[in-house]
Design a protein around this ligand. Structure first.
Ligand code: XMP
Length: 522
């Protein structure tokens, strides 16, 4: 399979570069700039992309690369810092710019670059730089400029070397994906065979080969990643796989049964599925506990205990499977800039309480949207594959204060109603307009405040709980804004919760952004 190597110089958009390349159906991986040249050569990439980075390439100690990288005969595209570094290493000059460009900037291309095939001569791009290329290395010509930047893009066609001063990988550069496509598909000649159906088939073959007749244990949470990992392994090795699903009683309404319906005895996969109904144990341990951190700790530790007990019953296995995905690998420093060379070790540390020989991580090279596509390919229901993120401690951190079974019922039922109405409104909007509603939240749920207040229902005075609705829009879950859900939708949700959920007499909508609020309550 054709592959492109993304060499990471520490810029903030580097995972985005890799995702854009994959959107062009070309497989790529991110490696640190410190990776040895031999490793790069052995990978036989059809193209190399040098990313942006926070440094100035003329500073002492700044990240650099060897001149040889440009002598492999492999096409290289430098982006921002990567473009400047390429010039500096090859004999050009980079200096601090008197006018520093930041933000949306118009550039004009001169029509002579394969990078800009199909791109209008005048186009907008996202600039973010202090330095500029004041003199190009020998052999290079400028193929785009902006008002303040004479070399917004340059190339040496005889060596297939290209540099772009702006960031084609961000959405603020509307033609950016086309430029990346032009590079990886046209210049590098990658065939575009990276597709999820092919990935699924290939991975199933590889898993069979690696696992042989061995036994595999997987902890299934019901989340997207572990579910897709289970689906892949089940298709590959069937009954050699045992999935342990711990139901801690803090899942969303019906969630435990939904997971069992897909992976259990009557589901669509032929594997050993163990559902541990550990609800009671968790409730006992959590009784009367109000401190958020203590609650998290209890849930985490009890989870390990339960898993450990089940693992002991199963006995030693050959492989422990995990649903690690590529952003976990890159962020842990194993794939990207902070790694010296690529490591094949596990990301999160290995659990000592399970006896196994080796680890398998079938999703290790996939981004989240690719995991979802693979899940659909495997026939896992869309409802499960498209699930919004759900925290490990579950409803335990969406019930402020102590946890009781009655509070769990309240939060499960309210949350179910809220999600049902939001989903209904979203699909009606889509049906009417053909578009995704601009207010579509990325995560939305109901939580139980620990507040009780006086109300009146019928002729009676009530003293019941207040439910909080939380819905946020976010791209990275690090910052978020509250979603502008139409008032009528909120109104319907409020009415239904009051009518259908015993013990609730008020409903709040949480307007807080992150920061200062977090997405979860505890
Ligand atoms: P916060 O509350 O920190 O949440 O703004 C950011 C994102 O992380 C999820 N989250 C968790 N996920 N275990 C998880 O697996 C946890 O303990 C946890 N806490 C928060 C949260 O749902 C949101 O998507």
């Amino acid at each position: 399979m054709d592959r492109v190597l993304v060499i990471d110089f520490g810029g903030q958009y580097n995972q985005l570069v890799a995702r854009r390349v994959r959107e062009c159906n070309v497989y790529c991986e991110i490696y640190s700039y410190r990776t040895a040249l031999d490793v790069v050569r052995e990978m036989k990439p059809k193209g190399i992309i040098l990313t942006g980075g926070p440094n100035s390439c003329y500073e002492a100690g700044a990240p650099t690369c060897s001149k040889e990288l440009f002598e492999f005969g492999i096409p290289v595209l430098g982006l921002c810092y990567g473009a400047q570094l390429m010039q500096q290493v090859l004999g050009g000059r980079v200096e601090r710019a008197s006018v520093q460009e930041y933000g949306r900037t118009e550039i004009e291309t001169d029509g002579n670059s394969p990078l800009f095939t199909g791109v209008p001569a005048k186009t907008v791009c996202w600039m973010s730089h202090f330095d500029y290329i004041s003199r190009m290395a020998e052999g290079f010509t400028s193929v785009a400029h902006s008002k303040d930047c004479p070399v917004a893009a340059c190339q040496d066609l005889s060596r297939n070397l290209f540099g772009i001063q702006f960031h084609p990988e961000v959405l603020h550069t509307p033609e950016g994906t086309k430029m990346i496509y032009n590079f990886v598909r046209n210049v590098c000649g990658c065939d575009g065979s990276w597709r999820m159906d092919a990935f699924v088939e290939k991975t199933i073959g590889e898993l069979r080969e690696k696992i042989g007749s061995g036994r595999v244990l997987l902890g299934l949470s019901g989340g997207v990643d572990s579910s897709v990992a289970a689906g892949l392994l089940a298709r590959a090795i069937g009954k050699q796989l045992t999935c342990v699903f711990v139901d801690h009683g803090l899942l969303r309404k019906n969630e435990g049964d939904e997971v069992e319906a897909v992976f259990g005895k009557n589901g669509s996969f032929d594997l050993n599925f163990v559902r541990v109904n550990a609800q009671h144990r968790f409730y006992v341990k959590l009784a009367g506990v109000t401190d958020p951190e203590t609650k998290r700790k209890i849930i985490g530790e009890e989870f390990i205990r339960v898993f450990e007990e089940e693992a002991k019953k199963i006995g030693a296995v050959d492989f422990l499977a995990q649903g690690t995905i590529y952003p976990d690998v890159v962020e842990s420093g194993l794939g990207g800039e902070s790694a010296v060379i690529k490591s094949h070790h596990n990301v999160g540390g290995l659990p000592s309480y399970v006896q196994f020989k080796e680890i398998v991580e079938p999703l290790r090279y996939l981004f989240k949207d690719e995991v979802r596509k693979a899940g659909l390919e495997l026939g896992i229901p869309e409802k499960l594959v498209m699930r919004q993120p759900f925290p490990g401690p579950g409803l335990g951190i969406r019930i402020i204060g102590d946890i009781t079974e009655d509070k769990i019922r309240i939060v499960q039922d309210s949350d179910y109603i809220f999600r049902e109405e939001v989903d209904k409104a979203l699909s009606e909007y889509k049906k009417m307009t053909g578009e995704v509603a601009s207010w579509k939240p990325d995560q939305y749920y109901a939580a139980l405040t620990n507040v009780r207040s006086v109300g009146v229902m019928g002729d009676e005075r009530t003293y019941d709980y207040a439910v909080a609705l939380r819905a946020v829009r976010t791209t990275d879950f690090m910052t978020a804004d509250s979603a502008r859900i139409p008032y009528e939708v909120l109104d319907t949700v409020m009415n239904r919760i009051i009518k259908e959920v015993r013990g609730v007499n008020r409903v709040f909508y949480d307007l807080t952004s992150k920061p200062p609020g977090t997405i979860e309550y505890e």
